[in-house]
Design a protein around this ligand. Structure first.
Ligand SMILES: NC(=O)c1ccc[n+]([C@@H]2O[C@H](COP(=O)([O-])OP(=O)(O)OC[C@H]3O[C@@H](n4cnc5c(N)ncnc54)[C@H](O)[C@@H]3O)[C@@H](O)[C@H]2O)c1
Length: 431
């Protein structure tokens, strides 16, 4: 099939490259000229494992192309997939400017019978509105708007895309269903596809992310209680996760959830609840609890330090999670400025995050390795669980630190082992 993907971000590039890799002819379009220039030079503008290889392979076999403008470039596409951003708007709702702008731009150029797939996460009713916009601006009326939210996780995005738990497709039309089965059959089994109405499909995505966010905040609060009463959150998570009704996933405590999806989608669902007079009170406490958590992290660190002297703090990991360069709503964006406001000097190492993070985090000393970030510090703080941090030479780390104090907000080390090695080691919810 001939597919145009609009938006060359985490979702657009992964979807586009995976469809190209499964034999479709894909043109990826973005109005950011820097991104398109990089892609045309065979460079991926984001960090996502495996994307580089897919890019080179599918450029080589002629399945991938890149363009700056929508215009003529989408003509003859059977599928136009919209994967532009839907950031948090002024009141917490989703800002749909980019989606609606795409709808206006494509309307003039789509060929008859084009399927417009909304991959971006959008509130209920957005597909209806996209359809109206296109109708007003298109000379023909033979097109369909289908909801097909994406569930990939950054850092594992390609694998998630080609081995999805489910593919949710919102359309009631039988022809559209056949076309979507045809599109996805090269990616996954038909039995993975869940057809729903467009509105249900739009809501499934928000409900899904909000449920995951709830689990994270729940285990974080249980971890806080564990610290006070001397219980171990790892055992608690295991103990509750073994219950098949609960399951083991998303029960790892941390410094608060971030990223481009959970906070924004939970906020948007709260706003939808208000709009339709169906209050999402649980989610309101999730957002509040998460914001408070991020603010309290620096207090925990500062409590362990002598505030009368000048302290140097080393930070390992600033991205919102491992295996991505994404800094959107990362806990580090609250924690590091808080520490700086309290007079701390900060050195930072992140395997992939420096380029993005250095645009936002000011006055930090960027280091080229975890060992450099640990040199001469009064405290080393782990904020992201990059694999390489789990394999550090801890003796070497200890010997280079001024004081062997580690605050591990990802629980990557065993507390007994760390004490034996001579660290003052603090982690989350482990007594
Ligand atoms: N990032 C994730 O892990 C993830 C996972 C599932 C769903 N989503 C959802 O997918 C959508 C995209 O997320 P993302 O993280 O890929 O966003 P992103 O910000 O990484 O990328 C969006 C891209 O769209 C481009 N764009 C915006 N307006 C455009 C226009 N008019 N024409 C052409 N290009 C335009 C931007 O330049 C940008 O490159 C969002 O709705 C998000 O909630 C994201």
């Amino acid at each position: 099939m001939k597919i145009s993907v609009i938006g060359c971000g985490y979702v657009g590039l992964v979807s586009g490259f995976c469809f190209a890799d499964s034999g479709h002819k894909v043109t990826c379009i973005d109005n950011n000229d820097q991104k398109i220039k990089l892609l045309k030079d065979n460079k991926v503008p984001i960090y996502e494992p495996g994307l580089n290889e897919l890019l080179l392979k599918n450029i080589e076999n002629g399945n991938l192309a890149f363009e700056l403008n929508i215009s003529e470039n989408i003509k003859d596409s059977e599928i136009v997939l919209i994967a532009v951003g839907t950031p948090t708007g002024k009141n917490g709702d989703a800002n749909l400017t980019f989606v609606y702008q795409c709808a206006r731009e494509i309307a003039e150029f789509i060929s008859p019978n084009t399927q417009i797939i909304i991959k971006s996460t959008v509130p209920v009713g957005t597909c209806d509105e996209v359809e109206n916009i296109i109708k007003e601006n298109c000379i023909h009326s033979e097109f369909s708007v289908i909801s097909n939210p994406e569930f990939l996780r950054e850092g594992n995005a390609i694998s998630d895309f080609i081995n999805p738990d489910r593919v949710v497709i919102g359309t009631d039309d039988q022809t559209n269903k056949r076309i979507m089965i045809n599109l996805y059959k090269s990616i996954t089994n038909e039995d993975k596809i869940l057809f729903t109405s467009r509105r249900s499909s739009e809501l499934i995505k928000y409900a899904s992310n909000s449920m995951l966010a709830m689990r994270i905040i729940f285990i974080n609060e249980i971890a806080d209680l564990c610290e006070k009463i001397g219980a171990d959150v790892t055992d608690i998570a295991k103990g509750i996760g073994l219950d098949k009704r609960i399951g083991p996933h998303f029960l790892e405590p941390g410094p608060g959830f971030g990223g481009s999806c959970f906070p924004k989608d939970a906020r948007a669902l709260i706003e939808s609840g208000k709009k339709y007079d169906a209050p999402q009170t649980l989610l309101e406490s999730v957002i509040l609890g998460n914001e408070n958590r991020k603010k309290n992290i620096s207090k925990k660190i500062l409590n362990k330090l002598d505030k009368q002297t000048e302290n140097q703090i080393g930070i390992l990991g600033v991205t919102f999670k491992a295996e991505t360069d994404d800094m959107r709503e990362s806990p580090s964006l609250i924690i590091i400025p808080d520490l700086q406001e309290n007079g701390m000097n900060i050195s930072v190492y992140d395997p992939e995050g420096e380029k993005e993070a250095s645009k936002i985090l000011k006055d930090v000393n960027w280091k080229k390795s975890a060992y450099e970030a640990a040199e001469n510090v009064d405290c080393l703080v782990i904020l992201t669980d990059w694999e390489e941090f789990k394999n550090l030479d801890l003796d070497k780390i200890k010997n280079s630190m001024k004081r062997p104090l580690i605050y591990d907000f990802r629980n990557i080390f065993d507390p007994d082992m760390m004490t034996e090695l001579g660290f003052e080691y603090f982690s989350i919810g482990r007594g």
